[in-house]
Design a protein around this ligand. Structure first.
Ligand SMILES: [Zn+2]
Length: 251
């Protein structure tokens, strides 16, 4: 889970809010306005540079959902959370729906019957109470570590402390969103292993390791104009100080 920077709400959402009466100011109603719904989904995906706000899996037309950080059920007359742009995130479907994309079988987050849902599907109607971290409020500093043995995500105590976030909050977030389900660990491990294998290939025994990491980070992350590679944070962790160096040079 990484920091999400939101742009202004799409004009279609503003227009929808202005055009329709109170009974239509509900998410379930808005969804039937395909133009508005698609504009929201596309704007969220662009802001998040193509990644699920929770697990960082690549979003796909067949595997994406609009997540309300505070559930729509909490909406009141005075505080409409359904149509609140700041309350919306793009997420994967958490493995709840089996998605098969020809040629991309290993990239998708389809849940085997013996694995649990993750992300919004795991969070369900939970009402955030301060323990669940909001991607909009995260620092750009990496708050998590990733195991090179099994791809598991754990809080980074030092980074949490420097960011004013408790380890309990980071741990709670991992557990509430099920970010350590087997399929996510497995896929993170694949991505990290690939990066480390490429670092090995680049290593000529002379070049400083951080320089090699930065070169490879430039290949992975580019100039930040397009979509990020899946599992951005795990990659950033695997590419260490060089990734930090590259990312700060382009931000
Ligand atoms: Zn996800």
């Amino acid at each position: 889970m990484k920091h999400v920077r939101k742009s202004a709400e799409p004009p279609e959402l503003t227009q929808y809010r202005q055009r329709f009466s109170a009974q239509f100011q509900r998410w379930i109603k808005l969804k039937s306005s395909r133009k508005t719904y698609n504009a929201i989904r596309n704007a969220l995906a662009t802001d998040q540079q193509g990644l699920c706000a929770y697990c960082e899996m690549s979003l796909h037309p067949q595997d994406r959902a609009v997540e309300h950080f505070i559930p729509c059920k909490q909406s009141t007359l005075e505080n409409n959370l359904d149509l609140n742009w700041q309350n919306m995130l793009a997420t994967c479907q958490g493995g709840l729906q089996q998605v098969t994309v020809p040629g991309e079988e290993t990239l998708r987050n389809s849940r085997p019957p013996d694995d649990f849902p993750c992300c919004g599907a795991a969070k369900a109607d939970f009402v955030p109470d301060g323990r669940l971290l909001n991607p909009l409020e995260l620092p750009t500093r990496l708050l998590f570590r990733f195991s090179s043995l099994d791809g598991a995500i754990t809080p980074d105590p030092a980074a949490c402390e420097q960011s004013g976030i408790t380890i309990d909050q980071a741990q709670f977030t991992i557990e509430k969103l099920n970010l350590n389900v087997q399929r996510l660990k497995d896929q993170r491990l694949v991505v990290m292993d690939e990066a480390i294998a490429m670092l090995d290939q680049l290593d000529d025994g002379e070049t400083e390791p951080t320089k090699l990491e930065a070169e490879l980070a430039a290949d992975y992350f580019g100039d930040s104009s397009g979509d990020w590679p899946r599992f951005f944070s795990a990659l950033k962790f695997a590419l260490g100080e060089g990734a930090e160096r590259h990312l700060s040079s382009i931000s």
